[in-house]
Design a protein around this ligand. Structure first.
Ligand SMILES: NC(=O)c1ccc[n+]([C@@H]2O[C@H](COP(=O)([O-])OP(=O)(O)OC[C@H]3O[C@@H](n4cnc5c(N)ncnc54)[C@H](OP(=O)(O)O)[C@@H]3O)[C@@H](O)[C@H]2O)c1
Length: 225
C-alpha cells in the first residue's frame, strides 16, 4: 500500500509503526514522468502489481471575486484533470499488463452543475466524472473496474478555507468510511451524502434558465464542494 503527495511530512510521524506496509512517494501529480516512475517503482516492489489506484489529489483556489481568475483556473485544471490523467496513465499500463485492476477517482458533486464562484473547479470535476464514465465502458473488457466518488462537503483543509455556507457537511472520518465501502463494492458512481445527492441531481435536471435564476438567490451562495 502506498500514498503519494508533494509533502509527506503531513503523514503522522509514527505511520511506519502503525502501518508497516505503507510506503510514501513524494511526487507532484502534474509531473507525469515522476508519477509514472513512482507507480512503476511501487508495482515492482514487494507488493508485486497494482490492485487499486485512487486519484484523490485535488485543489480549489479560493477567490474573493467572481471575475474569472485565469492563472488559478489553469492551476486547478492541471492538478484536478491532468493530474488524474497522469495518475491513471501510470496505473493502467500495469493493470492492463496484469489483466485486472480497479481505478478510483475522487471527483465532486460540483461536477454536475456549473457552480457560481467555482467555475474552474466545477469544470475540472465534470471532466473527471465524464472521463471516468467513458473509461468504465472502455475498460470493462480489460477486467478493470472504475469507481467515481462524488462527495458533497467534507470537513478537510480544502473546505476549512471556504467562507460560505456548506450544507450537509460531513466529518472526514465518516466520509472515508463511506468511500471505503463504495470502493470495496466496486460501485461505479457514489454521490454522497444523500441530501446533497438529491439536491445536486435536482439542480442538474432543472431547465438551465431556472437553475441560473435559483443560483442568483442569496441562499444559494455555496460552491467548491
Ligand atoms: N473536502 C470536500 O468537501 C471535497 C468535496 C468534494 C470533492 N473533494 C475532492 O476530494 C479530494 C481530496 O480533497 P480534500 O478535501 O481531502 O483536500 P485537502 O485536504 O486539501 O487534500 C488534498 C490532497 O491532495 C494532495 N495534492 C494536492 N495537490 C497535489 C499535487 N499537485 N500533487 C500531489 N498531490 C497533491 C495533497 O497532498 P500534498 O499537499 O502533500 O501534495 C492532499 O493530500 C480532492 O480531489 C477534492 O477536490 C473534496
Amino acid at each position: 500500500m502506498a500514498v503519494c503527495g508533494r509533502n509527506l511530512s503531513k503523514l503522522p510521524e509514527n505511520y511506519r509503526e502503525k502501518c508497516p506496509r505503507l510506503s510514501g512517494y513524494s511526487v507532484d501529480v502534474t509531473d507525469r514522468d515522476g508519477l509514472v516512475a513512482a507507480v512503476q517503482t511501487f508495482a515492482n516492489s514487494g507488493e508485486k502489481g497494482l490492485d487499486i489506484m485512487v486519484a484523490n489529489a485535488g485543489i480549489s483556489v479560493g477567490s474573493k471575486t467572481r471575475i474569472p481568475q485565469f492563472s488559478a483556473a489553469v492551476k486547478i485544471m492541471n492538478v484536478n484533470v491532468i493530474g488524474v490523467l497522469n495518475t491513471m496513465e501510470g496505473a493502467l499500463e500495469i493493470m492492463r499488463a496484469q489483466g485486472h485492476g480497479h481505478i478510483v477517482a475522487v471527483s465532486s458533486v460540483a461536477g454536475f452543475v456549473g457552480l457560481p464562484g467555482a467555475a474552474a473547479y466545477s469544470a475540472s470535476k465534470s471532466a473527471v466524472t465524464t472521463l471516468m464514465e467513458s473509461w468504465s465502458i472502455d475498460l470493462a473488457p480489460e477486467n478493470i473496474a472504475v469507481t467515481t466518488i462524488c462527495p458533497g462537503f467534507i470537513d478537510t483543509p480544502l473546505t476549512q478555507q471556504n467562507p460560505h455556507a456548506m450544507p450537509f457537511m460531513m466529518s472526514s472520518e465518516k466520509g472515508a468510511q463511506i468511500i471505503r465501502r463504495a470502493i470495496d463494492k466496486k460501485k461505479a458512481l457514489l454521490l454522497f451524502p444523500w441530501q446533497m445527492r438529491w439536491l445536486i441531481l435536482f439542480l442538474n435536471k432543472l431547465p438551465r434558465f431556472i437553475y441560473r435564476r435559483i443560483m442568483t438567490l442569496p441562499f444559494a451562495n455555496f460552491s467548491k464542494g
